[in-house]
Structure formats: C-alpha cells, structure tokens
Design a protein around this ligand. Structure first.
Ligand code: ADP
Length: 552
C-alpha cells in the first residue's frame, strides 16, 4: 500500500521558488573585481536565474548539456548555479587555479557547450580557445563595455558579454519539473593521481545534502545568518552552502577574488557575517593577521573548517581568543562533500574549553544520510574503540556511485572507499589519521602525519607544518617534518623535536626537520604533499642532503 502524500520530485528549483517567495528581500552581497560592493537579493537572483534559463532554452540546448563556469564566488555565479541546473542542464564548475591545459582537458572531457568566465581568466580562455571544439560560446561575466576593453577580442568571435546576453532574456519562466535523479552539477576531483575524475551530482542528492548541511549539528544555518563561503564555488559547490542558504533564507556574502586576510576581515565585519567556511590554511593566515593587528570579530560566531585536518591550536585560538566555535567537518568531492561534523553531544554540555577543543579536533560524528564503516586490509570490520585505524568506506544518497563517463565499478558491495585512514571512538566520532597515501609506515607501525603536524603547530614558532615519509633501509619509512617558521623567528630543529617529547611515542618523533619559507598549496588551498615530496626528497625517496644542514 502506498501512502497518500503528494509526489513532488526533489528539484533544486524548489529552493529558488521558496527563497524568492519567503526571503526575497534577503541580501546577496558580492565584492566585485574592481573592489566595489554589489548588492542584490534572493528575489533578483531568482529572476535573473530565470533569464539565464531562458537564454539557454533559446539555444535549444538539450537537458543534461554541460555548461561550464570558471569564476570567483559572486552573485553572477549564483545565478548560473541555479539557472543552469534548474533548467535541466548540468553546471560544471572549474577550478581556475588549474593549468589552462588541464582546464581544456576537463572542458573537453565534460563536452562543455557554453563556457562562462570572469574576465580575470580571459588569458586562460585565449589559451584554450582553439582546443575546445564543443564550446559554442564563451560568455564573459561582465558588461559589453568591459568586454570591449579586453585585448584582441576580434580573434575570438565566440565571445559574448554576460550582461548583454542576460538582459535580452525574459524573466518569465515556469521551472520544468525534472526527474529528481537528473544530473545537476559536475565537479572534477583534483587529479593528484592521474587525470581528474568527474563527480556528477543530481537534484535529489543536492537537496538532501542541503537539508543536512543546514541542520543544527552541521552548519546550523538559519534565516538570521549571514554566511561567507570563503570556500570557492568550484570546490564541491562551495560545500553546498549556496543551496543550504536558500533553503533557510540566509544572507550570502561573496568575496570574489579577494581572499587576503585584510580583505576577508573587512568583509566579515562590514557585512556582519555570522558564519564562514574555509580550509585551514585560509584561517591560519586570517588568525595571524588578527593577532598581529590586535583585532576581534564582532559578529562571527562559528566557522566551518574542513578540506584538511584543522589543528587543535586553531580551534582553541578561535574559541578562547575570539569566542568563535569551530565546526570541524570531514568529507570529499565524492561525498557532496559532508560526511561528519564535530558537533558536541548531550553529555558534553558541561565540559571545559580544553575538553571541547579535544572533541572538536576530531573529524566529527557522521551526519544522518551517510553511513560509515572502517575495515582492515582484509575487509574485517574494526571496532569503534578510538584506536583501531583502517580504511573508511561510506554510503548514502549523496555519495558517488560512479565517476562521470567511467564504466569501472568503484563500489565494494555498495560502499565507496574514501582512501582515508581513520578510527572511530566509542561516542561515534571519526578521527582521520591520514589519507592512505600519506600515512607513514615505520617498522610495521603507522604514524599519522596529521597528529605530527597538529603537534608541530602548537610549537610557538611554527606557522605551517607538513609531515611526509622518507625511505629508510631499516624501518621502510620514517617521518620528516617540513616547517615554515612564524615571521621573525628562527626555531632550531632540536627545539621542534624537543616539543614532541612525552607527547608522542619516541619512534613517532620526526627524525629530521626541514625549514622552508612556504609550503606548496594546491588549487583548493590545501598543502600539496605530492609537490612537497618532489621538493624535499630525491628520486629514491631520501631527503635531499642540502636541506639537512647541521642535522646529519
Ligand atoms: P582533493 O583534496 O583531492 O582536491 P577533496 O577536496 O575532495 O579533494 O578532498 C577530500 C579529502 O580531503 C578527504 O578524502 C580527506 O583526505 C581530506 N579531508 C577533508 N576534510 C578533512 C578533515 N577535516 N580532516 C582531515 N582530512 C580531511
């Protein structure tokens, strides 16, 4: 017997219809390329999203057609998010920090037909123009006058100005009712091993994920919030924030291309932001800026931090110096991305700050909708005892089933192997030890590079730290710590090693400390260990001798 409730497929357009009708006047604020502030609201975003859809309809693009964006976080990008997906096409967000050849590879692999771009990326468009035959139009996110000011446009006849194009479209449109399993957006993984792989989300997964993202123990979004997703819209759809914000009617603030600490701080303050989300490296710089300038946050009360492990010292500084709660979250592109968030439990209500920091340093409790199991190398289920580490497998309605255009079966009895190594404690908190390719295997024991990095970051003179394995004839692998000292400090390798004594087992203390002025960051702001290994290790996996002055 079926229930007798109405059958409405979960479509992304429902978010837009809701937010326009009930929160239409809530602001969307963007910092433009010329640093000016642009203000609009959800009503206008919804109206312009319909214009986008009408423009695409006029070109008669079939549903499922891939439409690319190479753009900063902005109101125009938001219009495209909704206009493209709600009209039945697939939004393909591309990371502009990739090499033009990689971008061109992705656009060809996805068979993108229309390509929207911020004019800062015009040189990329020029480079890829002749190698992307599927693309019919390159639409610059600017006015006609701004387009005219670009160099050499006569040689690129497929160029159009967004404002001219959108203004020629009607804002009248009934959103089509789509099968909720229809593809809505496409995001490629970073491709640190081999070519990038496409993760194809659908309307259903996006809506269900938005519900979860908004829940109190996840980002806890409400109509009273002002949200600044520093995480780029090309990084797993800004972690789903543009959808969750529409679901609850929150105000959104976009920082455009300005991610330096001073600009971010100014925007957080001037727009009275209550919640922001970014990878740890962004917060690292922002916190150090605040501390050197002796500044405070006046409205920010929580930050969602994920993408890589958030060091406890950051969680503690946010909490004790700035009164800001850190919501440490774990997930990945293949998981839309949220899998766990480190919220507290009922029995944690009277804990001290130190105890809270310990809990929030874990990657968190699994959210409803996702299931996790941890298994050993032979596939045996490991107990939730806080110490048995193994491979993390996940399943759920917003977890990948297969990569775009791939026929390879990537699931193991319905479970997706995340490639992460973790344990789960008795209270159900996931604790990520490492990515399987980053874990250091020393004499048959595993050393967590995340643990070593977190400890190193609590040394008063360490600004950034990354731990990698080098080859050792006796132990197979041993840890080497690469450190960027804080400005005007010169920590010695001994003082850093001493810092580990009594905090970890002796054999886990890094043998060598390599000092560097900066660490290579990947396209999404994470430390790029593949690149770091090339910088620090020889082809045989040994530490380059010239980096070890005085330590051999
Ligand atoms: P990539 O880093 O390859 O671009 P993702 O952004 O999808 O791709 O990254 C997902 C990976 O980032 C996870 O598999 C995990 O290794 C790491 N990660 C994400 N969040 C955390 C976290 N809170 N703590 C530790 N690692 C994390």
């Amino acid at each position: 017997m079926f229930g007798l409730m109405q059958d409405h497929p979960l479509n992304i357009s429902s978010l837009l219809i809701h937010v326009e009708k009930y929160h239409g006047d809530t602001e969307i604020v963007s910092k433009c390329l010329d640093s000016s502030i642009h203000r609009t609201n959800w009503k206008t975003i919804a109206s312009r999203a319909r214009q986008v859809a009408n423009g695409l309809n006029r070109w008669d693009l079939a549903s499922g057609t891939r439409i690319a964006t190479l753009a900063w976080n902005s109101y125009r990008h938001l219009e495209l998010f909704y206009g493209i997906s709600c009209s039945g096409r697939v939004l393909h967000t591309i990371n502009p920090r990739l090499h033009p050849d990689q971008i061109s590879w992705m656009a060809n692999h996805a068979e993108d037909v229309i390509f929207y771009f911020d004019i800062t990326f015009y040189s990329t468009v020029q480079k890829m123009y002749d190698t992307t035959p599927h693309i019919r139009h390159y639409i610059a996110l600017c006015t006609e006058e701004e387009l005219m000011q670009l160099d050499d446009i006569a040689n690129y006849p497929k160029l159009l100005a967004y404002e001219t194009w959108i203004n020629a479209q009607s804002s009248q449109l009934e959103w089509p009712v789509l099968d909720e399993n229809s593809a809505s957006s496409l995001c490629y993984t970073s491709g640190t091993t081999g070519n990038p792989k496409g993760v194809l989300y659908n309307h259903r997964s996006t809506i269900l994920h938005a519900f979860t993202a908004a829940l109190p123990d996840a980002i806890g979004l409400s109509a009273t919030d002002t949200v600044l997703p520093v995480v780029p819209m090309f990084h797993v759809n800004a972690w789903g924030i543009p959808y969750a914000a529409a679901m609850v009617g929150a105000k959104l603030v976009f920082h455009g291309q300005f991610s330096d600490s001073q600009s971010l701080y100014h925007l957080l303050e001037s727009e009275k932001v209550t919640v922001a989300g970014a990878v740890p490296t962004v917060w690292m710089s922002l916190l150090s800026y605040l501390q050197t300038q002796n500044l405070k946050f006046s409205t920010l009360n929580r930050t969602i931090i994920g993408g890589s492990a958030c060091p406890p010292v950051m969680i503690q500084t946010f909490l004790e110096k700035f009164g800001v709660s850190v919501l440490h979250a774990w997930g990945m592109t293949e998981m839309s991305p949220i899998g766990t968030v480190a919220g507290l439990r009922n029995n944690h209500r009277n804990l001290s700050n130190d105890e809270i920091v310990k809990i929030r340093t874990k990657q968190g409790r699994v959210v409803f909708g996702v299931d996790i199991k941890i298994i050993d190398d032979d596939g045996n289920l490991l107990p939730s005892d806080g110490k048995s580490s193994g491979h993390v497998l996940v399943k759920g309605p917003w977890i990948i089933q297969n990569y775009f255009k791939s026929t390879e079966n990537i699931l193991d009895d319905g479970w997706f192997d995340t490639g992460d190594i973790a344990c789960m404690d008795e209270e159900g908190y996931l604790i990520i030890t490492d990515r399987s390719k980053d874990v250091i295997k020393s004499g048959g024991e595993w050393i967590s590079s995340i643990d070593i990095e977190n400890l190193a970051l609590s040394h008063p003179e360490v600004a950034m730290a990354a731990c990698i394995a080098y080859k050792d004839p006796k132990w197979d692998e041993r840890p080497c710590l690469i450190v960027v000292p804080k400005p005007s400090t010169q920590p010695s390798s001994q003082s850093i090693k001493d810092h580990f004594v009594d905090k970890v087992a002796k054999w886990q203390i890094p043998d060598f400390i390599v000092f560097k002025d900066a660490l290579p960051l990947g396209a999404t702001g994470k430390i790029l260990k593949t690149q770091l290994r090339k910088e620090v290790l020889t082809e045989n996996g040994l530490i380059k001798p010239d980096l070890l002055e005085g330590q051999l």
